[in-house]
Design a protein around this ligand. Structure first.
Ligand SMILES: Cc1cc2nc3c(=O)[nH]c(=O)nc-3n(C[C@H](O)[C@H](O)[C@H](O)COP(=O)(O)OP(=O)(O)OC[C@H]3O[C@@H](n4cnc5c(N)ncnc54)[C@H](O)[C@@H]3O)c2cc1C
Length: 431
């Protein structure tokens, strides 16, 4: 038996350091973060990042086999749960999306020269990256059909197309573009990934798109989602990552890790939200007693705790399986936890808003903004419907159709049950 739910004491100390660092150094800045002068924040951010690096906790997502300082998915899950309590921590610990997924893609597909040029600088935090797959006129849920193309012209690839919702594209140094190179290879060997450095002629950053999280985006803000147009956009041949037609597989590798990393962070956000709910429940009096003593409020608290605990176990178990058997073996689980935990975190955030009443709805508490920011969860990285459909199809493969009555049909089972009973009576010597 090798079931063990305890964290080893040495790593537990690292987690305690992380928690104290985030609680004492980062969370207190939240109320004024958006107002800090960008140049000063950059210096302060580097200082904080250096403290994380000195602690050996920087960029912990990338497996050492791929050249990273990764500690494995289970340890990353425990870390990300703490990181998820405060969104800015992602950048301070060097695990921010979409860079982390892009680095995984480069680690799997890039040549040594390409890694020197883009992966290691990205991992050190010297450059930032974006990943451009989704398009306005094709369903992002189905990346086997895209409109963006790349054609070879001498020593160059020429990209033509239209992308949108590309996180950080308006501030990134490089954009990893998913474009069709091999239409005959559809559905899964049709596309390739190219590195397009910002400023490459022919790549136009049209705008940052307003969203629920930021209805009035300021162009070039970290976390924005951009619309891009590619017109005769030329990159040298060595900007192709991997083989022509290998882009779908590379993108899957990137998205698999991304799905579990989102789930890990959502656990932290859900728990912080529950803390807000509970504090309010014990503090606010209604109809002569604290909210905490009204049974429907207790239901919200208990249900939220149960859902978070169940989601934690599912996430940690998937992380453990990933460490033991590899990401390819748990592809269905990765979709499952993303679909499950995205629902749990939104349900907990919604209940917290309800328990806090008008205050919860207001921007005097952070919960409404977390809700708006996290609402992308069931849509992004492939909609939950698609993950559930893949899960259901995988489960259904284990079943074969039966003729006539179902196997569990009680009247049909009766003759076999009577024969079994007669056999047992004889064997036991019942007279
Ligand atoms: C905040 C945010 C950040 C993003 N960042 C990036 C990024 O950096 N790079 C990038 O390339 N993309 C990014 N995206 C895009 C994201 O990956 C897509 O939104 C997602 O894959 C869904 O594609 P779509 O929006 O085109 O929806 P569609 O494909 O049009 O689907 C719409 C809806 O239809 C339903 N649906 C679709 N297919 C099926 C099916 N097979 N079965 C059942 N129901 C189905 C689902 O409910 C789905 O939500 C981001 C999106 C958001 C919201």
């Amino acid at each position: 038996m090798a079931w063990d739910f305890e964290t080893d004491p040495e790593f537990a100390e690292q987690l305690a350091w992380m928690r104290a660092f985030i609680d004492d150094e980062l969370i207190p800045l939240e109320p004024i973060l958006d107002e800090l002068p960008a140049d000063e924040w950059l210096v302060a951010k580097r200082h904080l990042q250096n403290r994380v690096k000195a602690q050996g906790l920087w960029g912990a997502f990338l497996d050492p086999k791929l050249g990273g300082a990764g500690l494995g998915q289970l340890k990353l899950a425990l870390m990300s749960e703490i990181i998820g309590r405060c969104m800015m921590s992602m950048a301070i610990f060097g695990v921010q999306a979409p860079d982390s997924g892009n680095m995984e893609l480069l680690a799997h597909g890039a040549t040594e020269a390409q890694k020197e040029r883009w992966l290691w600088p990205n991992l050190r935090g010297e450059i930032s990256s974006a990943f451009a797959l989704t398009e306005p006129f094709f369903a992002g849920a189905d990346p086997t059909v895209i409109g963006t193309t790349a054609t070879k012209d001498g020593d160059e690839w020429v990209i033509e197309g239209h992308k949108w919702f590309i996180t950080n594209a308006s501030i990134a140094d490089i954009v990893l573009v998913f474009a069709e190179t091999n239409p005959e290879g559809r559905p899964h060997r049709h596309a390739s990934v190219f590195v397009v450095p910002t400023g490459t002629p022919g790549m136009e950053i049209v705008r940052d798109i307003g969203t629920m999280a930021h209805p009035d985006p300021e162009f070039g803000r970290l976390g924005n989602h951009a619309e891009l147009i590619f017109k005769d956009c030329r990159v040298p041949a060595d900007h192709l990552i991997g083989d022509p037609g290998g882009g779908f597989t590379l993108a899957q590798q990137r998205l698999g890790g991304g799905r579990i990393h989102h789930a890990m962070r959502w656990l932290g956000q859900a728990q912080r939200s529950l803390d807000i709910m509970c504090e309010r429940a014990v503090s606010r009096i209604s109809h002569g007693k604290p909210l905490a003593q009204h049974q429907m409020m207790q239901d919200y608290v208990a249900l939220s705790h149960m859902e978070i605990q169940a989601a934690r176990l599912l996430t940690f178990q998937t992380a453990w399986k990933m460490d033991k058997y590899g990401a390819a073996a748990v592809r269905t689980d990765l979709g499952m936890i993303k679909a499950h935990v995205s629902k749990v975190v939104l349900a907990v955030l919604d209940r917290t808003i309800q328990v806090c009443g008008a205050l919860g709805y207001s921007s005097d508490l952070p919960v409404e903004s977390w809700y708006r920011g996290t609402r992308f969860g069931p849509i992004g990285d492939g909609p939950d419907e698609v993950h559930k459909s893949v899960l259901a199809r995988t489960l259904l493969k284990g079943y074969t159709p039966v003729e006539g009555w179902p196997s569990e049909h009680i009247p049909s089972r009766r003759p076999a049950a009577e024969a079994k009973w007669a056999e047992l009576r004889a064997e036991a010597g019942v007279t």
